[in-house]
Each structure stands twice: as structure tokens, then as C-alpha cells.
Design a protein around this ligand. Structure first.
Ligand SMILES: [Zn+2]
Length: 155
């Protein structure tokens, strides 16, 4: 799983990954975000499904700590293969509220096709998603959009 979004190192000013230390200067300071939207590729490295779900829990926690409001989760699709299995496992986990303490709402890629009513409603709330979604006129079955909560409900 990789975090594709890039942030800026507060110590040396170079671009660096969100969750790892700076590859340029080794800084572990909180990076400076250029957006409140981040992209996670959960299928990278072909993880086992349960490992992928566990890693997602950790990435969601870190994302909320960093102030990220929306995640574009890339899980791939297909009726066979690891991408398809991860997609269905994630959708089932979301529907069973596995991530309900961190994810306020979610939209499967098919539901937010470019130009649709649901796309427009979503962009009003999270304009940062536009650059991720505007390419997909038919929607993108290989991604799911997660809107993150900032506090634990029912706490
Ligand atoms: Zn640095």
C-alpha cells in the first residue's frame, strides 16, 4: 500500500511522502499538506486482503491526525484477481461499519461519475476531489472515496 499524495518537508522544503520520514533530510516532522485530499493505493504490492484492511485502519488514523478530510482509495477491480478481492472486501467492511469511527461517508467510484448529480454534490463538500474524479466520465469502479470524520462519534 502506498500513499501517492506528496507533501512538503517543513525542514528542507523538498517534496516527501506523507507517512514516512523525509527521504532528503530524514526529518520526521509533520509534513505540510498541499491539499486536504489524499490518495491511497491499497492494492500496491498485492497484499493479502486482511493485511490490506489492517493497513487501511492505520492509514486512516494517520490521515485524520494530519488533517486530511477525504481519501481516494485505489483498490482496482475485476471479477477475479487480487484487485477484485480487495475491492469487495473493502466494500463489505465499509457496509459492516468496520471503519465507522473514522469514515463518515463513502462513495463507490461507480456512484460519482463525472457530471452526475452525486458527483456535483460531493464536489461542493470536498472540492479537492475534483482532480481525482473529473477524469472518469463513467465513474471508476477501481476506486472508493472516503470522507473522514474528525472525532469519534458515540464516544
Ligand atoms: Zn526534508
Amino acid at each position: 500500500m502506498t500513499m501517492l499524495s506528496i507533501a512538503e518537508c517543513p525542514d528542507c522544503g523538498n517534496a516527501r511522502p506523507l507517512f514516512d520520514q523525509c527521504p532528503h533530510c530524514g526529518s520526521q516532522e509533520t509534513p505540510i499538506l498541499s491539499s486536504d485530499t489524499a490518495e491511497i493505493n491499497i492494492k500496491q504490492g498485492s497484499p493479502l486482503v486482511e493485511d490490506a484492511l489492517e493497513q487501511l485502519t492505520e492509514h486512516l488514523r494517520k490521515s485524520i491526525d494530519l488533517g486530511i478530510k477525504a481519501i481516494v482509495l485505489i483498490h482496482g477491480y475485476g471479477s477475479s484477481g487480487e484487485g477484485g478481492r480487495i475491492k469487495w472486501a473493502i466494500q463489505e467492511a465499509l457496509e459492516n461499519n468496520r471503519y465507522a469511527d473514522r469514515v463518515e461517508e463513502y462513495f463507490f467510484g461507480e456512484q460519482v461519475a463525472f457530471g452526475s448529480d452525486s458527483y456535483r454534490a460531493l464536489l461542493k463538500r470536498r472540492p479537492g476531489l475534483k482532480s481525482y474524479l473529473q477524469r472518469f466520465k463513467e465513474g471508476n469502479a477501481g476506486m472508493t472515496v472516503l470522507l473522514l470524520g474528525t472525532s469519534h462519534r458515540n464516544a
